[in-house]
Design a protein around this ligand. Sequence first.
Ligand code: C2E
Ligand code: MG
Ligand code: MG
Length: 746
Amino acid sequence: MDRTVAAWMSAGLLAYVAYPLLGGGGTVAGAALWDVLAAATLVAVLAGIRRNRPEPRLAWYLFAASVLFRMAGDISYDIDLHVLHRDPFPSLADVFYLVSCPPLIIGSIMLARGRLLRDLAGRLDAAIIATGLGLVWWVFVIGPVAADESIAPLERLVGAAYPAFDLVLLAIVARLLTRSGRASASLLLITAGTGAMLISDVAFQLVSVYAPALDGSVSAGWMVGNVLYGAAALHRSAGAAAPPARPVDPRLGRGRLVLLAACTLLVPALLFIEGATGSGEISWPAIGTGAVLLFLLVLARMSGFVTQIQRQAGQLEDLALRDALTGLPNRRVFEERLGAAVAAGSPQVAVLDLNGFKDVNDRLGHGVGDRLLEVVAGRLLGALRDGDVVARMGGDEFAVLVPGGSAAVMDRIVRRIGTALREPITLDGQDLLVGASIGTADGAGTTDGFEVLRRADVAMYAAKQAGERHRRYLPDLDVQAAEEARIGAELRAALDEGRFRLVYQPVVSLPDHRMVAVEALVRWEHPVRGTLAPAEFLPVAERSGLIVELGDWILRTACAEAAGWLRTLGAGAPGRLHVNVSDRQLADPGFPALVAATLAETRLPADHLTLEVTETALIHGGEAVRALDDLRALGVPVALDDFGTGHSSLGLLQSVPVDVIKVDRSFVASITRAGRHAVIATALLQVSDGLGMAAVAEGVETAEQAAELHRIGYRFAQGNLFGEPVAQPRFDGAGVTTGTGAATVS
Ligand code: C2E
Ligand code: MG
Ligand code: MG
């Protein structure tokens, strides 16, 4: 609350305390204080209007007018009482008081209109409360006054006009209190002020009807009303724009329900009271009208409530059947439709999984990922025919159902989907290319919808693994999948039982064939199948994620062994240890830290280790490239393995931080053949030289290849010519001897 409002409220509080101390309205001093406060209220409201420029301006001027008329009434009353020493009824003061009511009412309505949400429920609640309480008011106050034949007609009219106005005020306060959403402080102050006025009016009229002696003691409430009006105008929030409309709270709160029930029960309560007390005369017309009105209002309220519940139930149902993001049917619906289609005939099913979606999510955020899915959903819908179903099965997986179609029809749809997804999707200013792997299957030989879906799933995974766009299910795929599952389980057991071992292959310098490094290569000692090469199990380990644990073991074992060589052989030990890192390992954000910890644990100096990574790990940039930076910051050099076989370009070399490229053995194999075969090997060497990287030629098998490589300019090479991978290479400083002792190349 700001200082002006606080000062005004304190002054008001002071006056409220001083008033009874001065003897109230019966004394000249009390009356004077009262009138001064009334005038001050007028000034405060006008000052507030100037200060805050509240809208609608007219409403606030109406408030000011109401305060003015009230003040005029107060002064006129005090003159009658203290100067002319008389107390007429009705008096000039009553004229002013009555005239002060319409501007207050109209002003309140104008303000409330701009600030309240147009919620029917709130209005009905306000009407129910006002009708219930108003009925009581009518029966006990307005009715008796209006019907009292003993009073002169003018007196009666004025006497009944006050409570009638209060009835209107009651409706306004009820409406302000049943609003939904947040109200500004100013509006709350107005509500409280009008409430205070109303309570004082009611209390005053009740005491003047039922206990005229207490007249003076309730009037201080008007003072409170005045102070609150002044504060409402002065408060900064009077000028602020109406708070943004919030969705109406759809619930019927317990408090509200009790209040509404109480107001409705006022009708029978009145009947009981009137019947049980006094003359036994019952105000049939008033109570009857009130009862009918209340009944209709409650009915309207309840029907609104029921409509709302029905609408929400509908929304809930929709939510259960539809994917919230894309609006497509969800998995549940798809499975139901598939079940029906399988029962009716042999349906065609496609399962589609986006490629690289996780990457989009990671790089560009989930917002972009979500919009990507929406666009894809739209394109899928566009590729289908009437009667086909496309559903989002979760994540980036969609499924298509073609009831009663042929494989050829499905293949056509798959082609259309492929075309639709080939168009780049522009989001956030970026052109995104989304590929998808699609698996298709039909209901041949089964009446189980889940089985058809499973087959399409298997085909989709097979397509994804092979890097293909589309595969149709064949029973063979199940055999492969089972095989893969079996190998996965065996791998797990082999890891636990320590059935892996490492062999080491030398990297030598040319032309002297001195060993400069060894590369660690993993082997699996399979109890039945014998020693298995990495190609037979690494792909499975990679897909199952076991590669992370296996790679961890390889790194630790190799580093420990190399550190041992360093300790025992000193200068005779190979200068470096090369360890292969799979794409999956490099993508793990904790990988550089793991390398640092392993080096510390095995006490292998960082520059004695070189990590070999593949092009495919790096083509998406981002995380993996950051990992390379971190590794090099540790002092660990990085080699790009099998260079030239991936689908990346030479441009990759410019953007990724590597120290060594290992030229794939396919370029070495062709090097001594006649024709243009040495061209690529030569070009790769020039590029690596130009970028300041070392080049290692892989897979050198013959002396001619070694000589030719040296002639082109290669200074490092690796291959069976110089030594096959063995468990314990023999290091003799000058040349390289394999552990089998078979070949010494020098
Ligand atoms: P790579 O890293 O390019 O390893 C060189 C591969 O070429 C080795 O096959 C090696 O035995 C073979 N090789 C060496 N000299 C010759 C030669 O003169 N002629 C021919 N034809 N081949 C030669 P290996 O051990 O079967 O490994 C195959 C691939 O498996 C490796 O290629 C590497 O990418 C991966 N790999 C091997 N060990 C590991 C490992 O510990 N971790 C990871 N992540 N991958 C590994
Ligand atoms: Mg390698
Ligand atoms: Mg290689």
